[in-house]
Design a protein around this ligand. Structure first.
Ligand SMILES: NC(=O)c1ccc[n+]([C@@H]2O[C@H](COP(=O)([O-])OP(=O)(O)OC[C@H]3O[C@@H](n4cnc5c(N)ncnc54)[C@H](OP(=O)(O)O)[C@@H]3O)[C@@H](O)[C@H]2O)c1
Length: 242
Protein backbone atom coordinates (compact mmCIF):
# COMPACT_ATOMS: atom_id res chain seq x y z
CA UNK A 1 0.00 0.00 0.00
CA UNK A 2 2.92 2.36 0.73
CA UNK A 3 4.23 1.82 -2.78
CA UNK A 4 0.80 2.39 -4.36
CA UNK A 5 0.36 5.64 -2.42
CA UNK A 6 3.88 6.85 -3.23
CA UNK A 7 3.46 6.02 -6.91
CA UNK A 8 0.15 7.89 -6.94
CA UNK A 9 1.79 10.98 -5.48
CA UNK A 10 4.72 10.53 -7.86
CA UNK A 11 7.05 12.68 -5.76
CA UNK A 12 10.38 11.77 -4.14
CA UNK A 13 9.80 10.08 -0.76
CA UNK A 14 11.40 9.74 2.64
CA UNK A 15 10.61 6.14 3.55
CA UNK A 16 11.60 3.15 5.66
CA UNK A 17 10.87 -0.58 5.82
CA UNK A 18 11.29 -3.49 8.18
CA UNK A 19 14.56 -4.58 6.57
CA UNK A 20 13.47 -6.02 3.23
CA UNK A 21 15.00 -3.30 1.06
CA UNK A 22 11.63 -2.27 -0.40
CA UNK A 23 12.18 1.34 0.75
CA UNK A 24 15.41 1.51 -1.29
CA UNK A 25 13.60 0.05 -4.30
CA UNK A 26 10.91 2.73 -3.98
CA UNK A 27 13.56 5.45 -3.76
CA UNK A 28 15.28 4.04 -6.86
CA UNK A 29 11.94 4.42 -8.66
CA UNK A 30 10.70 7.76 -7.33
CA UNK A 31 13.70 9.51 -5.84
CA UNK A 32 14.06 10.56 -2.22
CA UNK A 33 15.83 8.70 0.59
CA UNK A 34 15.52 5.34 2.34
CA UNK A 35 15.96 6.05 6.04
CA UNK A 36 15.32 4.63 9.49
CA UNK A 37 11.94 5.17 11.10
CA UNK A 38 13.50 7.68 13.50
CA UNK A 39 15.02 9.67 10.63
CA UNK A 40 11.72 9.73 8.72
CA UNK A 41 9.91 11.02 11.81
CA UNK A 42 12.53 13.71 12.43
CA UNK A 43 12.49 15.01 8.87
CA UNK A 44 8.91 14.55 7.62
CA UNK A 45 6.02 16.93 8.33
CA UNK A 46 3.66 13.94 8.10
CA UNK A 47 4.46 10.25 8.70
CA UNK A 48 2.19 7.88 6.77
CA UNK A 49 1.94 4.57 8.64
CA UNK A 50 1.68 1.68 6.17
CA UNK A 51 2.86 -1.23 8.30
CA UNK A 52 0.63 -4.06 9.53
CA UNK A 53 -1.77 -3.24 12.39
CA UNK A 54 0.08 -5.43 14.91
CA UNK A 55 3.22 -3.30 14.38
CA UNK A 56 1.51 -0.15 15.71
CA UNK A 57 3.07 -0.36 19.18
CA UNK A 58 6.70 -1.09 18.25
CA UNK A 59 6.79 1.55 15.48
CA UNK A 60 5.11 4.15 17.72
CA UNK A 61 7.70 3.39 20.40
CA UNK A 62 10.40 4.50 17.94
CA UNK A 63 8.82 7.68 16.59
CA UNK A 64 6.11 8.99 18.92
CA UNK A 65 8.43 11.58 20.48
CA UNK A 66 9.52 13.09 17.17
CA UNK A 67 6.64 12.61 14.69
CA UNK A 68 4.92 15.94 13.98
CA UNK A 69 1.75 14.37 12.57
CA UNK A 70 0.70 10.83 11.64
CA UNK A 71 -1.63 9.54 8.93
CA UNK A 72 -2.54 5.87 9.25
CA UNK A 73 -3.88 3.52 6.58
CA UNK A 74 -3.91 0.59 9.00
CA UNK A 75 -6.92 -1.70 8.84
CA UNK A 76 -8.72 -2.54 12.10
CA UNK A 77 -6.95 0.26 13.98
CA UNK A 78 -9.31 2.89 15.36
CA UNK A 79 -8.65 6.55 16.00
CA UNK A 80 -8.56 5.72 19.72
CA UNK A 81 -5.91 3.04 19.08
CA UNK A 82 -3.87 5.54 17.06
CA UNK A 83 -4.23 8.32 19.62
CA UNK A 84 -3.21 5.96 22.46
CA UNK A 85 -0.10 4.95 20.51
CA UNK A 86 0.69 8.59 19.64
CA UNK A 87 -0.43 10.70 22.62
CA UNK A 88 -0.33 14.40 21.85
CA UNK A 89 0.41 13.88 18.15
CA UNK A 90 -2.23 14.83 15.53
CA UNK A 91 -3.40 11.55 13.97
CA UNK A 92 -5.51 10.98 10.84
CA UNK A 93 -7.22 7.68 10.02
CA UNK A 94 -7.56 6.93 6.31
CA UNK A 95 -8.44 3.81 4.33
CA UNK A 96 -7.22 3.80 0.72
CA UNK A 97 -7.46 1.18 -2.01
CA UNK A 98 -4.84 0.12 -4.55
CA UNK A 99 -6.16 2.24 -7.49
CA UNK A 100 -4.55 5.19 -5.64
CA UNK A 101 -1.49 4.13 -7.64
CA UNK A 102 -3.16 5.46 -10.81
CA UNK A 103 -4.93 8.31 -8.97
CA UNK A 104 -8.29 6.60 -9.27
CA UNK A 105 -8.45 5.44 -5.68
CA UNK A 106 -11.04 5.87 -2.99
CA UNK A 107 -9.69 7.09 0.33
CA UNK A 108 -12.12 6.84 3.24
CA UNK A 109 -11.44 9.36 5.98
CA UNK A 110 -12.60 9.01 9.57
CA UNK A 111 -12.20 12.20 11.57
CA UNK A 112 -10.64 11.70 14.97
CA UNK A 113 -10.44 14.25 17.77
CA UNK A 114 -12.86 17.15 17.55
CA UNK A 115 -10.05 19.60 18.30
CA UNK A 116 -7.99 18.52 15.29
CA UNK A 117 -6.13 21.45 13.70
CA UNK A 118 -8.39 22.41 10.75
CA UNK A 119 -5.54 23.77 8.60
CA UNK A 120 -3.45 20.62 9.10
CA UNK A 121 -6.47 18.42 8.41
CA UNK A 122 -7.13 20.33 5.17
CA UNK A 123 -3.49 19.85 4.10
CA UNK A 124 -3.61 16.10 4.81
CA UNK A 125 -6.89 15.66 2.95
CA UNK A 126 -5.58 17.69 0.00
CA UNK A 127 -2.61 15.35 -0.18
CA UNK A 128 -4.80 12.24 -0.22
CA UNK A 129 -7.28 13.87 -2.59
CA UNK A 130 -4.50 13.77 -5.20
CA UNK A 131 -4.87 9.98 -5.14
CA UNK A 132 -8.49 9.92 -6.26
CA UNK A 133 -11.50 10.73 -4.15
CA UNK A 134 -11.60 11.30 -0.39
CA UNK A 135 -14.87 10.20 1.22
CA UNK A 136 -15.61 11.20 4.81
CA UNK A 137 -17.56 8.76 6.96
CA UNK A 138 -18.11 7.87 10.62
CA UNK A 139 -15.83 5.22 12.10
CA UNK A 140 -18.78 2.84 12.62
CA UNK A 141 -19.26 2.71 8.83
CA UNK A 142 -15.65 1.95 8.00
CA UNK A 143 -15.84 -1.89 8.26
CA UNK A 144 -18.63 -2.23 5.64
CA UNK A 145 -16.99 0.51 3.55
CA UNK A 146 -13.65 -1.30 3.57
CA UNK A 147 -15.46 -4.54 2.71
CA UNK A 148 -16.32 -3.01 -0.65
CA UNK A 149 -13.62 -0.41 -1.44
CA UNK A 150 -10.48 -1.80 0.19
CA UNK A 151 -10.86 -5.45 -0.85
CA UNK A 152 -12.88 -4.41 -3.92
CA UNK A 153 -10.03 -4.28 -6.46
CA UNK A 154 -9.39 -7.99 -5.84
CA UNK A 155 -13.10 -8.81 -6.29
CA UNK A 156 -13.33 -6.80 -9.49
CA UNK A 157 -10.19 -8.48 -10.85
CA UNK A 158 -11.71 -11.90 -10.05
CA UNK A 159 -15.00 -11.00 -11.73
CA UNK A 160 -13.06 -9.78 -14.79
CA UNK A 161 -11.00 -12.98 -14.85
CA UNK A 162 -14.13 -15.14 -14.73
CA UNK A 163 -15.62 -13.21 -17.66
CA UNK A 164 -12.38 -13.48 -19.66
CA UNK A 165 -12.24 -17.25 -19.05
CA UNK A 166 -15.84 -17.60 -20.21
CA UNK A 167 -15.15 -15.62 -23.41
CA UNK A 168 -11.98 -17.64 -24.09
CA UNK A 169 -13.98 -20.87 -23.79
CA UNK A 170 -16.21 -19.50 -26.55
CA UNK A 171 -13.28 -18.68 -28.83
CA UNK A 172 -12.16 -15.11 -28.03
CA UNK A 173 -8.37 -14.62 -27.71
CA UNK A 174 -7.46 -13.88 -24.07
CA UNK A 175 -5.76 -10.48 -24.64
CA UNK A 176 -8.76 -9.21 -26.60
CA UNK A 177 -11.19 -10.61 -24.01
CA UNK A 178 -9.18 -8.95 -21.21
CA UNK A 179 -9.23 -5.58 -22.96
CA UNK A 180 -12.96 -5.78 -23.69
CA UNK A 181 -13.80 -6.75 -20.11
CA UNK A 182 -11.53 -4.14 -18.47
CA UNK A 183 -12.73 -1.32 -20.71
CA UNK A 184 -16.34 -2.36 -20.14
CA UNK A 185 -15.76 -2.19 -16.37
CA UNK A 186 -14.15 1.26 -16.68
CA UNK A 187 -16.88 2.55 -19.00
CA UNK A 188 -19.66 1.17 -16.81
CA UNK A 189 -18.11 2.81 -13.74
CA UNK A 190 -18.17 6.15 -15.58
CA UNK A 191 -21.78 5.54 -16.67
CA UNK A 192 -22.82 4.69 -13.11
CA UNK A 193 -21.27 7.95 -11.90
CA UNK A 194 -23.21 9.82 -14.60
CA UNK A 195 -26.45 8.11 -13.40
CA UNK A 196 -25.90 9.00 -9.73
CA UNK A 197 -24.69 5.44 -9.08
CA UNK A 198 -28.14 4.02 -9.89
CA UNK A 199 -27.22 0.40 -10.67
CA UNK A 200 -30.78 -0.59 -11.54
CA UNK A 201 -31.06 2.22 -14.13
CA UNK A 202 -27.85 1.12 -15.85
CA UNK A 203 -28.93 -2.51 -15.78
CA UNK A 204 -32.40 -1.77 -17.20
CA UNK A 205 -30.92 0.28 -20.06
CA UNK A 206 -29.06 -2.83 -21.29
CA UNK A 207 -31.78 -5.37 -20.58
CA UNK A 208 -34.61 -5.85 -23.07
CA UNK A 209 -37.46 -8.08 -21.87
CA UNK A 210 -36.71 -11.70 -22.66
CA UNK A 211 -33.44 -10.73 -24.36
CA UNK A 212 -29.91 -12.03 -24.11
CA UNK A 213 -28.87 -9.74 -21.20
CA UNK A 214 -31.93 -10.89 -19.22
CA UNK A 215 -30.96 -14.52 -19.82
CA UNK A 216 -27.37 -13.83 -18.76
CA UNK A 217 -28.44 -11.97 -15.60
CA UNK A 218 -30.83 -14.78 -14.72
CA UNK A 219 -27.98 -17.29 -15.04
CA UNK A 220 -25.81 -15.17 -12.73
CA UNK A 221 -28.59 -14.89 -10.13
CA UNK A 222 -29.24 -18.63 -10.26
CA UNK A 223 -25.48 -19.16 -9.97
CA UNK A 224 -25.61 -17.38 -6.60
CA UNK A 225 -23.79 -14.13 -7.42
CA UNK A 226 -25.61 -12.02 -4.82
CA UNK A 227 -25.27 -14.68 -2.13
CA UNK A 228 -21.56 -15.01 -2.88
CA UNK A 229 -20.98 -11.25 -2.41
CA UNK A 230 -23.03 -11.28 0.81
CA UNK A 231 -20.96 -14.20 2.11
CA UNK A 232 -17.79 -12.35 1.15
CA UNK A 233 -18.90 -9.24 3.06
CA UNK A 234 -19.76 -11.41 6.09
CA UNK A 235 -16.35 -13.09 5.89
CA UNK A 236 -14.50 -9.77 5.68
CA UNK A 237 -16.50 -7.87 8.30
CA UNK A 238 -17.32 -10.64 10.77
CA UNK A 239 -14.34 -12.91 10.11
CA UNK A 240 -12.07 -11.22 12.64
CA UNK A 241 -14.80 -11.07 15.29
CA UNK A 242 -15.96 -14.66 15.24
N1 LIG B 1 -3.25 -3.98 0.69
C1 LIG B 1 -4.33 -3.20 0.63
O1 LIG B 1 -5.08 -3.17 -0.38
C2 LIG B 1 -4.66 -2.30 1.80
C3 LIG B 1 -5.74 -1.41 1.69
C4 LIG B 1 -6.00 -0.54 2.75
C5 LIG B 1 -5.21 -0.57 3.89
N2 LIG B 1 -4.18 -1.46 3.97
C6 LIG B 1 -3.36 -1.46 5.19
O2 LIG B 1 -2.03 -1.15 4.79
C7 LIG B 1 -1.11 -1.76 5.69
C8 LIG B 1 -0.04 -2.47 4.90
O3 LIG B 1 -0.63 -3.48 4.12
P1 LIG B 1 0.20 -4.08 2.89
O4 LIG B 1 -0.73 -4.99 2.20
O5 LIG B 1 0.85 -2.97 2.12
O6 LIG B 1 1.31 -4.92 3.69
P2 LIG B 1 2.82 -5.24 3.31
O7 LIG B 1 2.98 -5.40 1.83
O8 LIG B 1 3.24 -6.35 4.22
O9 LIG B 1 3.62 -3.93 3.70
C9 LIG B 1 3.90 -3.59 5.03
C10 LIG B 1 5.16 -2.74 5.02
O10 LIG B 1 5.45 -2.35 6.36
C11 LIG B 1 6.85 -2.46 6.54
N3 LIG B 1 7.24 -2.62 7.94
C12 LIG B 1 7.06 -3.69 8.72
N4 LIG B 1 7.59 -3.48 9.94
C13 LIG B 1 8.12 -2.22 9.91
C14 LIG B 1 8.82 -1.45 10.85
N5 LIG B 1 9.08 -1.89 12.09
N6 LIG B 1 9.21 -0.23 10.47
C15 LIG B 1 8.97 0.24 9.22
N7 LIG B 1 8.31 -0.46 8.29
C16 LIG B 1 7.90 -1.69 8.63
C17 LIG B 1 7.21 -3.71 5.76
O11 LIG B 1 8.60 -3.72 5.55
P3 LIG B 1 9.32 -4.95 4.80
O12 LIG B 1 9.15 -4.63 3.35
O13 LIG B 1 10.71 -4.84 5.27
O14 LIG B 1 8.60 -6.20 5.22
C18 LIG B 1 6.38 -3.50 4.49
O15 LIG B 1 7.09 -2.71 3.56
C19 LIG B 1 -1.91 -2.68 6.60
O16 LIG B 1 -2.07 -2.09 7.87
C20 LIG B 1 -3.26 -2.81 5.89
O17 LIG B 1 -4.32 -2.97 6.83
C21 LIG B 1 -3.88 -2.31 2.95
Amino acid sequence: MARAIARGWGDPVLCSDGGSGRAAALVAELGGEALTNAQVAERADLVVLCHKPYQLGPVAEEIRETAKAVASVLGATSNDDLQSAYPGVPVFRLMPNTPVEVRRGIVCYVRGRVDVDAALEAQVLELFDRLGKVVRLPESQLPPAAAVMSVGPAYVALVAEAQVDAAVRHGLPAPLASELVAETLAGTAALLAARDYDTLAVRREVTSPGGSTARGLDALERGGLRGAFQAAADAVILGGRR
